[in-house]
Write a protein that binds this ligand. Structure first.
Ligand code: GDP
Length: 285
């Protein structure tokens, strides 16, 4: 699912995306709505320059609605064109098309003033692994395009595909590397499935998830695992309570912490406990 990124991959991805950028009017950057800060590629701002940018907060069905609204406002203030989507829904094309038209309005008005014949708006999709790039391309192209999620950058044989009546899209997305300089960012990326579990310590991810829920979504956590805890309960006691409640025991009636850890990670990742946004719009850099 994910890639191990090396400096060579990163340089290649950057070069390929710079090349593709020359061909498009607008960039559609896909972020995971649960982690709009952590799922941003750190280099993209530099290479996009002042090209219009649509920012999709994808997987909105798994994120917290109020936080998504706050992120939309924040991104608008930053001068990009944000939308929140569930990439699997049928209305994705219309929503992206409307936003792309808005983002490129000035460019096309200028072309019209110069007497240049109108043409389709050219766009490309970029983002780190697992944010939903292929899902969105397939959805708006109304057909299955090649899965390239494991290739850094973009593959060579790019083609334009028609997306609706106003837009043409490069059929392969630009695959960017995730941030990995900061431990808590790594934990968020892992918790949402953007990087491999073996890159980050599983115990740390589960602890991060439990602390986050204890602080921000205590009731959801209590209800989902049917446990009696409060805001001051020690993390190890929360592990115990979940192990007890779920019957995750080893011989000798010891709690099976490994199973608790895995369960917590998967239940959080699949938004079973609730719809959480781990990067709060206020406070994320
Ligand atoms: P890519 O690596 O960026 O191309 O990501 P994919 O398109 O392969 O999507 C990664 C996973 O996220 C897949 O299991 C998709 O089915 C799932 N996915 C994509 N978009 C959404 C969405 O909006 N909501 C939910 N719940 N899942 C999504």
């Amino acid at each position: 699912m994910s890639i191990n990124w090396f400096p060579g991959h990163m340089a290649k991805a950057r070069r390929q995306i710079e090349e593709s950028l020359k061909k498009v009017d607008v960039v559609i950057e896909i972020l995971d709505a649960r982690i709009p800060y952590a799922s941003k590629n750190p280099m993209l701002d530099h290479v996009i320059g002042d090209k219009p940018r649509v920012v999709v907060l994808n997987k909105k069905d798994m994120a917290n609605n109020k936080e998504t609204d706050r992120w939309i406002n924040r991104l608008k203030a930053e001068g990009v064109y944000p939308i929140a989507l569930n990439g699997k829904e049928p209305n994705v094309l219309k929503k992206i098309e409307n936003t792309v038209v808005e983002a490129t309005k000035e460019i096309f008005e200028r072309m019209e003033r110069k007497g240049i014949n109108p043409r389709a708006i050219r766009a490309m999709i970029v983002g780190i692994p697992n944010v939903g790039k292929s899902t969105i391309i397939n959805n708006i192209a109304k057909r299955k395009v090649a899965k390239t999620g494991n290739t850094p950058g973009v593959t060579k044989a790019q083609q334009w595909i028609k997306a609706g009546t106003k837009m043409e899209l490069l059929d392969t997305p630009g695959v960017l590397w995730p941030k990995f300089e900061d431990e808590s960012i790594g934990q968020k990326l892992s918790l949402t499935g953007a990087i491999k579990d073996n890159v980050v310590n599983l115990d740390d991810i589960a602890i991060f998830a439990l602390k986050f829920m204890q602080e921000h979504h205590l009731d959801a956590l209590k209800q989902f695992y049917n446990i009696n805890i409060d805001e001051n309960t020690e993390i190890v006691e929360i592990f115990d309570a979940i192990g007890q409640s779920r019957g995750f025991k080893m011989s000798g009636n010891e709690i099976d912490y490994e199973r608790v850890t895995e369960r917590v990670i998967y239940d959080t990742r699949d938004a079973k406990i609730g719809r959480f946004t781990f990067d709060l719009a206020e406070g994320a850099e």
